[in-house]
Write a protein that binds this ligand. Structure first.
Ligand code: ADP
Ligand code: ZN
Ligand code: ZN
Length: 722
């Protein structure tokens, strides 16, 4: 006699990524014949599809078994129970991120899991886990290098690291207190060494401790990965250091994730997505270059990995160490003295390692230079001089292409994009006009499309033109070996192909390149040893931007760029940073000249306080896309009015300001009109409560007949670009 099937009894809440249901931030109910602990990964049916889901904690507001009709519920297809369940703190992190950034928990949870988990059976996962455990056991059984110090491959191996006095002091403070910490250290002050020392100490303190190290863009900083692998690989096994970023293949991502989740990985190095890595024994989170805007996600749940790192540290009782030479004003403000309300401990390393000095900042007053010159004669002379000495220069300009606009010299025609409120950029290399927003690319017309005038001229300049100009002006300059000058351009156009950036960077490192031209891409993080001159061709734009964060970004960009120079004192004792500006006495440049970030931060924070801007207030943006600007703004304004008419939202309106809807700074992209509305409050709690209640209103408003043409809307909490 066949056995009757086991009775299906247990009811589970399962979190799924269900865009169609995104209004339901909660979980869906499924049945199974076994009781699965929360955090178990499962596969469940939804309509015709099968989706990956996570068994979630029962919410008190959710229906109980009795209230649901079992006949309408479907069973869980499979439980991936070979995997240990995701921890309670991981689930709390996901729930918090979802509610704080106003997204569905299912979306956040599933985006944080490697996509390949969807395709594997529990058996396959079990096999993979076994392999990982074996590799880890080998490493644990035979630690080759008993002391967490430099190893053979480490750059510091030949001459073991003797920590500087500042590094020692910082480490002592790190040991003695719980943090969170903000390590404010000059470029080249040895922050990375401090990160590795802190990592070594926490890993040594317990057998299963794990450390998460976040970097803004891992493909720009393979050096960091190499340094960690070299330092810790011999002690804990090469498999103990794993990476996590979007440039990895699905299989690599799965392996890293499993290694972190199972505890086999002791160090996880990753970009912002790594903040959600499942690490059951997390003891330390390091956020390198914490000011970097790429820690904030620009799509989906627009989370800040830096801010979530702070939350996660508190949640899991892990130390958090933020580091930067130019901290975000938020973090700087949080690290004011505790007596004034500061919550982070500020650790300072003002000096560079060795005798390398910070570069001398020189300002070229462009009011006194030949009209419309791109590179001033004194700057050209300085670059030529460096070339003659066998040193490298780096020249950057924040615009790629040849010229940002083409213009007819007769009529008013300009190279506007027909689909965007932006100009198409002239790329001389393939004679195209390209829109950098929608991607439209066309051959440059032979004559003005409006009046037929054959004389259409490039206006302004981009990196392509800069490269051309430098080549022209430096044609007669010779390197010490008598050869002609080598110029390389690095920007999004030259690095489109996989591996292109790496090979171009390698060229710079070997010294094959005399002048490096590029966008801000080259100003970040790279350790170019032979660069002794850095020049910003046209940094003024940001001084008068409508975005209140523009000066902060400019200052940190210039300071980071300056930090690329003079890192090797055997090449030069005194490197230089050149600024071409029409406003040489601007306070921002004065502060930069003194390398005085604190002075700059103090004056910026004062302005922000007077204007009640972050970090003295809290903001959210609601953005809407529609066929017309009128419809996009109309939707936002309607939702704003509706908020006043509902008790739960109206009550909170006394504590916050809803500004009228306005077009976004680029109002139209690819024929989609975009508008935004700013919500501001002195109280983070009030803002949060309002947004949560207002979500409903926005959903309802969106379905009104007059909002038919609204295609999308999204909330951005703590937005970086306004
Ligand atoms: P930062 O991250 O602060 O810009 P790094 O950590 O990259 O600086 O350090 C700059 C350079 O100084 C690196 O080449 C590093 O190996 C070296 N360095 C760091 N600490 C020491 C030390 N205590 N002694 C000698 N060299 C050091
Ligand atoms: Zn014309
Ligand atoms: Zn366009």
């Amino acid at each position: 006699m066949p056995q009757p099937p086991a009775p299906i009894t247990a009811l589970h809440q399962v979190l799924l990524h269900t865009p169609a249901y995104s209004q339901m931030a909660g979980a869906l109910s499924y049945l199974s014949n076994a009781l699965l602990p929360p955090g178990t990964l499962v596969r469940v049916p939804l309509g015709q599809r099968e989706l990956l889901g996570v068994v979630w904690d029962r919410h008190p507001a959710q229906p109980t078994d009795a209230a649901l009709d079992p006949a309408r519920l479907r069973p869980i297809t499979a439980a991936l129970d070979a995997l240990p369940p995701l921890s309670a703190s991981w689930r709390t992190l996901i729930s918090f991120a979802a509610s704080y950034y106003q997204r569905a928990a299912g979306e956040v949870a599933l985006a944080a899991l490697p996509p390949q988990l969807r395709d594997l059976s529990s058996m396959q996962l079990a096999r993979k886990l076994k392999k990982l455990a074996k590799a880890a056991a080998v490493a644990f059984a035979a630690p080759k290098d008993p002391l967490p110090g430099p190893s053979e491959n480490d750059d510091s191996a030949s001459h073991p690291v003797v920590l500087s006095a500042e590094q020692c002091q910082v480490l002592n403070q790190f040991r003695q207190s719980h943090g969170p910490f903000l390590l404010f250290g000059a470029t080249g002050s040895g922050k990375t060494e401090v990160f590795m020392q802190c990592t070594a100490e926490l890993l040594a303190a317990s057998n299963d401790a794990q450390v998460l190290v976040m970097v803004p863009e891992i493909n720009l900083t393979p050096q960091l990965e190499d340094r960690f692998k070299a330092r810790f690989g011999s002690r804990y096994g090469a498999a103990a250091v794993v990476s996590m970023h979007s440039g990895m293949t699905p299989a690599q991502r799965l392996n890293s994730w499993l290694a972190a989740h199972s505890g086999a990985a002791r160090i996880v190095l990753g970009t912002r997505m790594a903040v959600f890595a499942s690490m059951p024994h997390l003891k330390l989170i390091i956020v390198d270059e914490e000011h970097d805007p790429s820690y904030k996600s620009g799509e989906g749940a627009r989370y800040s990995a830096r801010d979530l790192a702070i939350y996660r540290g508190r949640l899991e009782d892990a130390k958090v160490l933020l580091g930067s030479a130019t901290p975000s004003l938020e973090s700087w403000h949080h690290s004011r003295p505790a007596a004034e309300g500061g919550r982070y401990l500020r650790l300072e390393m003002p000096s560079r390692i060795g005798s390398g000095q910070l570069p001398l900042v020189r300002r070229v007053d462009m009011n006194h230079q030949p009209k419309s010159c791109v590179i001033s004669p004194p700057l050209l002379a300085a670059i030529a001089q460096r070339i003659g000495r066998g040193e490298q220069s780096m020249v950057f300009l924040n615009r790629r292409g040849y010229a940002p606009v083409l213009q007819c010299t007769d009529c008013d025609w300009k190279s506007e994009c027909p689909h965007c409120s932006a100009y198409r950029v002239f790329h001389k290399i393939d004679r195209t006009l390209r829109c950098h927003h929608c991607g439209l690319s066309e051959r440059v017309p032979r004559a003005c499309p409006a009046c037929g005038n054959p004389d259409i001229a490039p206006i302004g300049r981009g990196t392509e033109r800069l490269e051309e100009l430098l080549a022209e002006h430096l044609a007669d300059t010779r390197r010490p070996d008598g050869q002609s000058v080598r110029i390389v351009r690095i920007d999004a156009d030259t690095t489109r192909h996989k591996g292109a950036l790496e090979s171009q960077l390698a060229q710079v490192h070997t010294g094959d390149v005399d002048v490096l031209v590029g966008t801000q891409m080259i100003a970040k993080g790279h350790d170019f040893r032979r660069i002794t001159l850095v020049a910003a061709v046209n940094p003024d734009n940001a001084l008068f931007s409508s975005d209140f964060r523009a000066p902060e970004r400019l200052f940190s960009l210039l300071m980071q760029a300056a930090g690329r120079a003079g890192r090797d004192e055997t090449v030069t004792k005194q490197s230089e940073m050149w600024l071409q500006t029409f406003h040489p006495t601007h306070p921002l440049y004065e502060a930069l000249k003194q390398h005085d970030y604190p002075a700059f931060a103090t004056s910026q924070l004062k302005e922000r306080q007077q204007a009640a801007m972050p970090p003295f207030s809290f903001q959210a943006l609601v953005r809407a896309d529609a066929r017309s600007q009128e419809a996009a703004q109309g939707f936002l304004n309607l939702a704003s009015q509706a908020a006043a008419g509902r008790a739960d939202t109206a009550e909170l309106l006394t504590q916050l300001t809803l500004y009228p809807a306005v077009p976004m700074s680029i109002a139209r992209i690819a024929d989609v009109e975009r508008a935004q509305m700013l919500v501001e409050s002195p109280s983070r709690v009030a803002l949060q409560r309002f947004l949560t209640a207002w979500q409903d209103v926005l959903h309802i408003t969106r379905h009104l007949p007059e909002c038919k043409s609204v295609t999308r809307w999204a909330i951005d909490v703590d937005p970086l670009n306004i």
